[in-house]
Design a protein around this ligand. Structure first.
Ligand SMILES: [Fe+2]
Length: 301
């Protein structure tokens, strides 16, 4: 599945002392789409997200009722002539919707199957979580998952020890009974195809301040703020496959962070010579593969 991260690389990442606040978490992403209607139909009809009432070239998707969950926002930016990238390409591998419990995950997966959605990639037990994988109408990878309790997570030293084993989807859906009303999901993590694991790993640890949570998985690196199993996965499984400029797919993603994190990331970016845009309440950077990473300050993240 790819190369193992060399040990010296692991040590150099760990040697960095920069750490984003443990309260920081990803909460939003931006997708370029050829058809806002097709994606809105999928995300509202199959995955039960809510769309903004105003239908312009930008559509906002959230989860939950009322004003929606503050922990999930997907901004669809329509560009009808955008090329569709080959799959896989550098950029998004998948983004992951985290359900609060097993019944909700089973209900969400049951709904996908009941609706006859055909772009399904599979399912897996990762030890820390149970996950179901599918694709939206433009091929963006979407994971639906739920976490096991932290005390049940497999560990190896200071790291988690996630694995990939078969998951009994039928049993998962049956556990939800006849219900198809999952509690709203949040944005649990993002997983990116990157050109170079060391370059991207250095950016996300040294500039953004994420910590290494698992370095033993072949060709991949898992990072998080605090002690979560991962808020970001990086892998080199699409190395050398760059999508044409302006293609559909991930433009950027964002985090909600305690206000003090903005100044800290600015400082770390300065040390690394990385450009930072933005002002008082929000800053953004561009990762080594051209993905925008935004940080928005919130009073209580
Ligand atoms: Fe994932």
């Amino acid at each position: 599945m790819g190369r193992v991260v060399p040990g010296s690389h692991q040590r150099s990442l760990r040697a960095l002392s920069h750490a984003l606040s443990s309260a920081a978490r990803p909460d939003r992403l931006r997708l370029r789409t050829r058809s806002g209607d097709a994606l809105t139909e999928f995300y509202t009809g199959i995955l039960d997200l809510r769309s903004s009432d105003d239908r312009g070239p930008v559509i906002h998707l959230t989860a939950g009722s009322g004003s929606g969950s503050p922990n999930l926002s997907i901004r669809l930016e329509e560009s009808p002539d955008a090329p569709l990238p080959i799959s896989p390409s550098l950029g998004l591998y998948h983004f992951a919707l985290l359900y609060p419990d097993r019944r909700s995950l089973g209900a969400a997966v049951g709904r996908v199957l009941d609706e006859g959605w055909y772009r399904i990639d599979g399912a897996a037990d990762h030890g820390v979580s149970e996950a179901f994988y599918l694709r939206d109408p433009e091929g963006n990878g979407v994971e639906l998952y739920r976490d096991r309790p932290r005390e049940a997570w497999p560990r190896e030293g200071d790291e988690v020890a996630m694995f990939t084993r078969p998951l009994d989807v039928e049993e998962l859906v049956e556990a939800a009974g006849a219900r198809r009303d999952p509690e709203p999901p949040t944005l649990g993590h993002l997983h990116l195809h990157v050109e170079d694991l060391e370059t991207s790993g250095s950016f996300y640890t040294g500039v953004l301040g994420l910590g290494v949570r698992q370095s033993s998985y072949p060709g991949a690196l898992f990072l998080a703020a605090g002690a979560y199993h991962h808020h970001l996965g990086l892998n080199t499984w699409a190395r050398g496959r760059r999508a044409p400029p302006g293609s559909t797919g991930l433009i950027g993603w964002g985090w909600r962070v305690p206000a003090e994190d903005l100044a800290r990331v600015r400082e770390w970016a300065g040390e690394a010579g990385t450009a930072v845009r933005g002002g008082a309440g929000e800053i953004s950077l561009v990762d080594p593969d051209g993905i925008e990473v935004a940080l928005r300050a919130v009073g209580e993240a």
